[in-house]
Write a protein of this length. Structure first.
Length: 138
């Protein structure tokens, strides 16, 4: 009745997608993620790794385990270039910032949704963001 049935799995970056093909019609069945689960920062990690970022102008977000910083650039092109550099790493990390941009201003909030708070990924991305912002301004 359905003709031929083929099953296949495809791995792409950090996703594994399984699909079934019935008579040439493809149906996706499931998508699973292979990425390693993040862990919430410990008190020691917060002191060692988060405190230096707080010293550079990052602030804790009220009523949420997240950090926030606003960056100002000379113009929109600088702001957008900074966002593009950040987006490339964020995509590789599969860890995307919450951000808002108007002209030369970029506001960024970082938190790991899978642990409902700050993780090592937030520290890594914030550290990169600091370097990226500094390189644009210099």
């Amino acid at each position: 009745m359905f003709g031929s049935i083929r099953k296949k799995s495809i791995s792409c970056f950090h996703h594994s997608i399984r699909s079934i093909t019935l008579s040439g019609i493809n149906f996706s069945v499931a998508a699973t993620t292979k990425k390693k689960m993040a862990a919430k920062l410990t008190a020691e990690q917060r002191k060692d790794k988060l405190d230096p970022l707080l010293g550079k102008g990052w602030t804790m977000v009220d009523n949420r385990d997240a950090i926030y910083k606003e960056f100002l650039f000379k113009n929109f092109n600088e702001a957008f270039g900074f966002m593009t550099r950040t987006a490339l790493l964020a995509e590789k990390m599969d860890h995307h910032p919450e951000w808002f941009n108007v002209y030369n201003k970029v506001q960024i909030t970082l938190s790991s949704h899978d642990v409902s708070g700050l993780s090592e990924r937030d520290i890594k991305l914030a550290t990169f963001i600091e370097k990226a912002a500094k390189s644009v301004v210099e």
